[in-house]
Design a protein around this ligand. Sequence first.
Ligand code: ADP
Ligand code: MG
Length: 397
Amino acid sequence: MNIHEYQSKAILKSYGVNVPEGYPAFSAEEAVENAKKLATPVVVVKAQIHAGGRGKAGGVKIAHSPEEAGAFAKELLGKTLVTKQTGPAGKVVNRLLIEAGSNIKKEYYLSFVIDRKTARVVMMGSEEGGMEIEKVAAEMPDKILKETIDPAIGLASFQATRMAYGLHLPQEAIRKATKLMGCLYNAFIGKDCSLAEINPLVLTEEGDVIALDAKLNFDDSALFRHPDIEELRDVTEEDPKELAAAKEGLNYVNLGGDVACMVNGAGLAMATVDIIKYYGGEPANFLDVGGDSTPEKIAAAFRIMLDGGQAKGIFVNIFGGINKCDLVAEGIVEAAKIISSDGKSLPVPVVVRLEGTNVERGREILKNTPIQNVIMAPTMEGGAETIVKLVKEAEQA
Ligand code: ADP
Ligand code: MG
């Protein structure tokens, strides 16, 4: 789960991380009020969206008076910001952060992430702050310093010190930086984060070390331990289909293509996405309906996949182990009843590959329904090939 920068900064502040003073604003009037409250010569007006790259896209504005902050707020609120991380559709700005301007001397990068290879938390730092870390990693990998953290010990002070010196921070900033690293690590662990990223971490002309940007991602599986974090969820930032699917207990990830797939089991779902790609199609989604699929659940999955016209075809790929093929077949019939006016037709072709428990009964149900455009596929390969072909034909028609 993601939250906004201003929310991340509030959490980090509670852990002792040095962040600029700032207040969220939902209107231009509030922006002016907040700028007056800050009473600093420079205030920064920052668009709050769940994506980075705002600076380059015009989402971070430097104002020299409360009035100017108000004008920037008016300009940004309601605007669709397209950054390198939002995708071409962009994200609408509904909130702002009005924050004290810093006198930046140098920008650094600092983060904590979970490294899958070592299965440990790793602290990463770089002198090349402000720019995209992926670019630094690709072009100047030796500019990224890493400290792997022993979970039983936590971030050791020698590791923080080694990082601070490795970043070539001036002597008088070393203690401030190591303290910030320790606080950031405590926040990462305390809130079950999967990422805590400060880009940039800045050294100011006054010699302070400040987290100027903050991005926290949380482990969804640990959210039950953090109702306070759950409350920060901004549903306007999330994919409406993914939200609807979560409510139905479906594991759904929107992938942006037009070949929808409904599968049971995460492994088979991944393989299905792969095989659609292999035959030249673009998967619309990853969808694992799970093992206890009732006809209602299958119908809900169809509704979500077809909503908005994104899917031009559906590939149902079920291996009935715990799932029963006849229930899945009933679900498809049920879905057709709900979705179509006459209960006989679905708006897009559906290719169904069923295998496993009660498969004969399942096939029988589908054979005997009056629903049109349901095609039975004997194999997974054949099914994938057929649905990709049908979607391509639909595009050309
Ligand atoms: P993003 O990562 O989305 O581009 P940042 O919060 O990193 O957004 O801001 C982009 C740049 O704007 C920073 O690298 C920094 O140079 C400048 N900036 C951001 N906040 C402040 C601030 N409070 N004072 C001065 N400059 C700032
Ligand atoms: Mg940033």
